[in-house]
Every structure is written in structure tokens, then in C-alpha cells.
Design a protein around this ligand. Structure first.
Ligand SMILES: *Cc1c(COP(=O)(O)O)cnc(C)c1O
Length: 453
């Protein structure tokens, strides 16, 4: 049996899988934050191209991947799947552990899977510049890469605390030609109003989103690009799961459980949605989303209408949320520090189709170190949440003396996250559980959406 399960370039999927027509119920409407009425495509046109707006609500199950996008995907896709034999042995588990590795992309994570098509569709629509936000820097660097491939300008509002924690991500974005602005900045109304209240604000993804949306909405040649959460991002990421199904078939196996870390939900959606299609058709497969205890959106949030950003400029959607003014602590898994969640992932969780767990960061780093001492690859701090959950599933199988096939998404590598690993190895990493009373405070500020039946 091979350690790596590799697909040929001509096995790269030709279509993305859109889960919308297979959702167990109708989607909740997305609400315009100004009118508190359902958004229309016209509301979104100032910041998104029509092609992506259509994908956002498409009833079509399969959507063609444009040839130009596949051509760029081929620089690193299909991505490899590994059988983690050495980790299995170290754990002494009867379980089989497979992982799909997305760290082989130029930016080191799954995020270019959506950045490339987003840049492509904006270029097609005649747009000259994309504005976006980034937390840990993976999305900003992915969009910077995509913009450089399609000759677009790129402005990245980077959460201020991450600029200091991840200085090399900034260099990477600049290397690919992007203009990086620490957020909150004084370049936008939203940034200025935050700074007026708190000049030392460390920033948050919500604030940075407000700044990027405002920039895009106020410039006609500029659009906005979001790295997670939205339906079209989840759609693009399904290349992960579609490839993974082919690779599992080559291995002659099928997962009992599919695991991914969950920030906005895109890499989870990417690996899980194609398997959920099998589940809907009667196959027995669990899908498990894993989040940090410091930002426990699914496990401790509420399912309600909330703003996508702090300044209440982004659309309101029905999702699991910790409240749009939730200010997460500066944990190292920066890519998982978002108050909300993909509406699709939220609806599936609410309906009981998927499961969720949360872990504290020391437990995740412990798992990541064990993984890298056996498998070699250094996981991104975000991905370490999936590693933790996969190891726990394998240890449970050992305890119960049961065979089990585990598949997880290793969403990225952590080679630019050595500060985080240094902190862990020197015992300076704090565990932080978001206090219930802070969640209750934020949840008191949810918008009052009252739709006619
Ligand atoms: C951004 C990021 C995540 C979290 O984002 P999702 O949209 O939830 O997938 C996870 N892992 C890595 C490596 C990331 O860069």
C-alpha cells in the first residue's frame, strides 16, 4: 500500500459541487444591513461580480471550473492524500488515518482554491483592483498570489495584531505585489471610528472586513473578495473533497469520519460537502468541524441573524454567531478567529447533519508536534485543531478496540508560524476559553430581523 495517493493532472475535477440544491431545507434569506430586507443581486453588485453573485445562490448542482482556473490549479493540484502510517503506529491505534494535504499550494494553505477563481471572475468583469481583509495572513497572501496571476491590483487590510505576530506573511503579500494596510487604519470611516474609541485596538477580522468592504463600495473599479464564509467560497473549495473521494477509492477505503478545522467554514465545507452528498444518498459518514475553545462559534454560539462584520456594513445572514462585536483573544490560530460561520455549514449543524467539537490551543499544539515528529509536515496552527480531533478519534478506536477509517484535511503548513511553536515549546502558550458572560453581552446586540412569513 502506498503512503501517498496521487492523482494525475487530468484527474483534476472539471466541476465544483454545489450543495445548495441538496440542502435539507430552503436557505434563509441574506439580509441587507441598511434596509433589513432580503438582499437583491443589485445590492451586491457594488462589491462582487455578477458571476460570483449567481454562484452564491445557484440551484445548479455542478458548476464548471473555467479552463483558465484549472490551468492555474494545475500548478499544485490535485493535492496529495497521505496515509499517516507512522502516526497510527505511534498511537498504537487500529484506526486508519488519512489526510488530504492542502499545504502544497504556493501560499501554503487551501485558500488559493477560491482566490484563483475569484480573481478570474473579477478580471472577466473588468475590475482593476480587489480589496480584502486578512487575519493570520493566509487569505491575504492567497489573494495577492491570485491577483498577480491575473494582473489585478490588491489591497489587503491586515488585522493589526497579526502584522506583529506574522511579519513574514506581510512580506509574502508584498512579494506578490499587494499593498498591505494594518487594520484598524485611518484610511476608512470604519477604521477611524474604531480608533477613536480605542487607539490601541488590536483589530479583528470583523473590523478588517468593514474596512475592505467600505474601500470596495466606494471605488467603482474595485471589488471585494472574501476568503471564507460565503457560499461561492465553499463551492470553490469542494475540489478538495472531490479529489479526496477519488483518492479514497484508489486506496480501496471510505471514511467513517471526515474532519476539518472550522473558522469561517470553507476548508471544512471543501472536504465535507462531497461526502455529505453520499450521506444524503444513504451512506454512513460522520463529518466533524473543529474549532478553538477561544472562538467557539458552533459549540457555544447561537443560530441567529447577525452582521458579517463589526461595522454592520456586510450583509446579515442566518448563522451560528458569537455576536458581531465579539473580540477574540490573540490566539495563534488567527484564521479561526471569526465571530460567525458559513450559513451552509451553520444550517447543516443546526439540522444535525454534521458535528462540532472545540479544543484549547495547548492540546492542539501537542497534537501538531506529535504529528510532525512522525509525519514530518508542520501543521498550521489552524490545521492542528483537525489533527487533535483525528488523533482523539484514533485513540477512541484504540480504547474501544474498533477499526475505523479517519480522513482529515490538513488545511495548511505552519512554516511561517514558528513564533507560535516557540511559545508552545517554551511553555508560554496560554489556554483561553471565551467567557460565557462575554458571549451573552455580544449576543444582546444581534440585529432585529423581522421578515414576513
Ligand atoms: C484560513 C485558514 C483556515 C480557516 O478558514 P476556513 O474558512 O474555516 O477553512 C484553516 N486553516 C488554514 C491553514 C487557514 O489558512
Amino acid at each position: 500500500m502506498d503512503t501517498k495517493i496521487i492523482l494525475k493532472e487530468n484527474q483534476l475535477p472539471k466541476q465544483w459541487y454545489n450543495i445548495i440544491p441538496d440542502m435539507p431545507g430552503p436557505l434563509a434569506p441574506v439580509i441587507n444591513p441598511r434596509t433589513l430586507q432580503p438582499v437583491t443581486p443589485d445590492d451586491l453588485l457594488p462589491i462582487f461580480p455578477m458571476s460570483l453573485i449567481e454562484q452564491e445562490m445557484s440551484p445548479q448542482r455542478w458548476i464548471d471550473i473555467p479552463d483558465k482556473v484549472r490551468e492555474i490549479y494545475r500548478l499544485w493540484r490535485p493535492s496529495p492524500m497521505f496515509r499517516a502510517r507512522r502516526l497510527e503506529e505511534a498511537l498504537g491505534t487500529p484506526a486508519k488515518i488519512y489526510y488530504k494535504y492542502e499545504g502544497v499550494s504556493p501560499a501554503g494553505s487551501h485558500k488559493p482554491n477560491s482566490a484563483i477563481p475569484q480573481a478570474y471572475y473579477n478580471k472577466q468583469a473588468g475590475i482593476k483592483r480587489l480589496a480584502t481583509e486578512t487575519g493570520a495572513g493566509q487569505w491575504g497572501s492567497s489573494l495577492a498570489l491570485a491577483c498577480s496571476m491575473f494582473d489585478l491590483e490588491c489591497t489587503v487590510y491586515m488585522v493589526k495584531v497579526s502584522c506583529t505576530q506574522k511579519p513574514y506573511r506581510k512580506s509574502m503579500m508584498e512579494l506578490w505585489g499587494a499593498n498591505v494596510i494594518p487594520s484598524p487604519s485611518n484610511l476608512t470611516e470604519s477604521g477611524r471610528s474604531i480608533l477613536a474609541k480605542d487607539p490601541d485596538s488590536p483589530g479583528s477580522l470583523g473590523i478588517a472586513i468593514s474596512e475592505a468592504v467600505e474601500d470596495a463600495a466606494s471605488h467603482s473599479d474595485t471589488n471585494y473578495a472574501l476568503g471564507s464564509v460565503l457560499n461561492h467560497v465553499c463551492l470553490h473549495q469542494t475540489v478538495i473533497g472531490l479529489e479526496a473521494k477519488e483518492q479514497m477509492a484508489i486506496a480501496g477505503d471510505y471514511p467513517d469520519v471526515v474532519i476539518a478545522c472550522c473558522g469561517g467554514g470553507s476548508n471544512f465545507a471543501g472536504i465535507a460537502f462531497p461526502f455529505l452528498a453520499d450521506k444524503a444518498a444513504g451512506r454512513d459518514v460522520r463529518c466533524l468541524a473543529v474549532e478553538p475553545a477561544s472562538c467557539p462559534t458552533l459549540t457555544k454560539g447561537v443560530y441567529a441573524f447577525d452582521y458579517g462584520d463589526t461595522a454592520k456594513m456586510a450583509p446579515i445572514s442566518m448563522m451560528y454567531t458569537l455576536g458581531h462585536d465579539f473580540m477574540p483573544p490573540g490566539i495563534h490560530a488567527g484564521g479561526l478567529r471569526y465571530h460567525g460561520e458559513s450559513a451552509l455549514v451553520s444550517q447543516l449543524y443546526h439540522g444535525g447533519q454534521i458535528e462540532a467539537q472545540s479544543f484549547k490551543q495547548n492540546a492542539c499544539f501537542e497534537a501538531a508536534v506529535l504529528f510532525s515528529r512522525n509525519e514530518g509536515i508542520v501543521p498550521a496552527p489552524e490545521s492542528s485543531h483537525a489533527v487533535r480531533a483525528a488523533i482523539d478519534e484514533a485513540l477512541l478506536a484504540k480504547e474501544e478496540g474498533k477499526e475505523k477509517t479517519i480522513l482529515f484535511c490538513l488545511s495548511g503548513h505552519g512554516q511561517l508560524d514558528m513564533v507560535a511553536y516557540d511559545n508552545y515549546l517554551s511553555g508560554n502558550l496560554e489556554d483561553y476559553e471565551y467567557p460565557e458572560e462575554n458571549i451573552r453581552e455580544s449576543l444582546a446586540n444581534l440585529p432585529d430581523v423581522d421578515l414576513p412569513e
